[in-house]
Design a protein around this ligand. Structure first.
Ligand code: OAD
Length: 245
């Protein structure tokens, strides 16, 4: 009987257009905590008190302390084999795009170029008054909260908070890429946060396949064509060896 790894590798090998849809689980092996599940961020902290515009308006220093803490964890993290092998795969296909919900920048650090970040990036800040976005690498952030160098207003992390809309250009591009893909490789996401979770469904709706890689089942599993249970780096490595043969 053909193994799931072989089945997945065969579909990927024959595809021209691939979309990778990643979530916090792909960075778990790099030492960055996920949001849900054992040790998840939202088990320890209340999301609405730390990752919402209301929370920021009420107590910007508290919100910034939380982001500063996460920036310090992310600064120490290196891409793992899953990020690295996906970046190598970019050159092996006509089109391979990574659409990520992660704000850690590890796909870029691993060398991927075609990346769409749906939920922003923790290394950027935004001045709402000036409507400007800056790279902001300072670590630790001092003073806290940081101020806009132009107008002195308090800067916010350039990430999407609960109750906020996603950048519509990035979302529309992501939807188009997903619709054209022959396979969506969904890695390390609980697939419950919308509109992001819609992305692989679009691939399927247009006749493509869904390959899901996760250490546990999710609401997407029953819809997926192939579900491979396991850690992202191990499974991607196994598939990579088959397709690089
Ligand atoms: P979650 O924390 O909701 O889900 C992480 C998923 O990764 C779970 O399904 C785990 O089973 C899986 N997982 C953990 N370790 C893994 C490993 N080594 N290999 C493979 N899978 C593994 O994270 P997301 O789905 O990314 O939103 O969460 C979606 C959004 O919810 C985030 O972008 C964030 C959060 O609130 C915003 O900040 C807007």
């Amino acid at each position: 009987m053909i193994s799931k790894i072989d089945e997945a590798a065969n579909i990927i090998k024959n595809a021209k257009r691939i979309v990778v849809f990643s979530g916090a689980g792909i960075s778990a092996e790099s030492g960055i905590p996920t949001f849900r599940g054992v040790g998840g961020i939202w088990k320890k902290y209340r999301a609405e008190e730390l990752a919402s515009y209301n929370a920021f308006k009420k107590n910007p220093e508290l919100v910034w302390r939380f982001y500063d803490y996460r920036r310090q964890i992310i600064a120490k993290a290196e891409p793992n084999n899953a990020h690295i092998l996906l970046s190598k795969m970019e050159n092996m296909f006509d089109s391979l795009h990574v659409i990520t919900q992660n704000i850690d920048g590890l796909h870029k650090k691993a060398g991927s170029k075609n990346i769409l970040e749906l939920h922003g990036n923790i290394w950027r800040v935004r001045c709402e008054k000036e409507e400007k976005v800056f790279d902001f690498m300072q670590n630790p952030v001092d003073p806290l909260p940081p101020k806009c160098p132009f107008c002195g207003d308090i800067l916010r992390p350039d990430v999407v908070w609960f109750g906020e809309s996603l950048n519509s250009d990035i979302l529309n591009k992501s939807f188009k890429i997903a619709e054209k893909a022959e396979i969506a490789i969904v890695i390390g996401t609980s697939s419950i946060v919308y509109p992001a979770a819609h992305i692989p469904l679009l691939t399927k709706k247009k006749g493509g396949k869904i390959l899901e890689i996760n250490i546990e089942k999710t609401p997407l599993t029953d819809i997926s064509d192939i579900f491979i249970k396991g850690k992202a780096s191990m499974i991607i490595q196994k598939i990579f060896y088959k397709i690089a043969d």
